[in-house]
Design a protein around this ligand. Structure first.
Ligand SMILES: NC(=O)c1ccc[n+]([C@@H]2O[C@H](COP(=O)([O-])OP(=O)(O)OC[C@H]3O[C@@H](n4cnc5c(N)ncnc54)[C@H](OP(=O)(O)O)[C@@H]3O)[C@@H](O)[C@H]2O)c1
Length: 231
């Protein structure tokens, strides 16, 4: 069955590749981003591959932008089957939780953790049942792995995103909406850098599997390479 799948922060990187793979499988993908020109280019690029792609302007760090996007989806009469919270930032000055400017931590959490939660809260009435929510997280946010010593604000933001994932999976368990988190691995994107060990195709693989293939009753879990991992 054809699904409608919205991916935040999908004008480039892993989000764009998730959209490309799901669109190539025949699903309607809604790309969303905070840069209209770049978003339009990305939607056109998928259109050239005969993918059914729409664009939606949404800055996940801005409440009114999220509300406007929800209104826009309503006007277009779009219901969503799968919401993928992919948008995130990793700031290069992110080095030390004690000494960095506190605004850096707040900004990182505003986008990476509260951004996802706010998008879910606003778009929930537009999500079909059964429905799926997938939060793109990172093993950097894991509480069971040793601390890696890199980008602490980013890692804390992903720990919070994981906590949000568990709470929402529980809250939505009676509504037939699954909520899971995924680590895509270390992927060659603007965020991951050139030394990363994976290409975007591999990074998109598990989110794509969770969106369309994984059993609907898998919820409240953290995945990497289609396998459950420790939080
Ligand atoms: N790459 C890795 O190695 C790696 C590893 C683990 C987890 N992840 C996670 O995978 C996801 C995708 O990462 P990526 O590597 O593809 O990063 P990326 O290339 O930097 O792409 C990030 C995307 O998020 C968008 N974005 C940032 N802030 C936004 C906002 N306020 N509103 C809307 N969109 C916003 C960016 O849009 P602009 O073009 O407007 O900036 C861009 O489209 C992220 O959640 C990341 O944390 C990545």
């Amino acid at each position: 069955m054809t699904k409608t799948i919205l991916i935040t922060g999908s004008n480039r990187g892993i989000g764009f590749e998730i959209a490309r793979q799901l669109g190539s499988a025949g699903h309607h993908v809604i790309l969303s981003g905070r840069d209209s020109a770049h978003l339009n280019d990305s939607v056109s690029a998928l259109g050239k591959e005969k993918i059914n792609a729409s664009g939606l302007f949404m800055d996940v760090s801005n409440n009114s932008s999220i509300q406007r996007a929800a209104g826009e989806l309503n006007r277009m009469d779009f219901q969503i089957d799968v919401l993928i919270n992919n948008a995130a930032i990793l700031l290069k000055q992110d080095k030390n939780l004690l000494r960095d400017d506190f605004e850096l931590l707040e900004k990182t959490i505003r986008v990476n953790s509260f951004g996802a939660l706010k998008v879910i809260r606003e778009l929930l009435p537009l999500i079909n049942r059964p429905g799926r929510i997938i939060n793109i997280s990172s093993e950097g946010g894991s509480m069971s792995d040793p601390v890696g010593g890199w980008s602490p604000a980013y890692c804390v933001s992903k720990t919070l995103l994981n906590a949000i994932t568990r709470q929402l999976a529980d809250q939505l368990s009676g509504e037939n909406i699954s909520v899971n988190a995924v680590c895509p691995g270390w992927v060659k994107t603007r965020m991951g850098g050139k030394s990363a060990t994976r290409h975007v195709e591999k990074g998109a693989e598990t989110p794509v599997w969770l969106a369309i293939e994984a059993p609907q009753n898998l919820t409240g879990k953290f995945f990497r390479d289609k396998q459950q991992i420790e939080w």
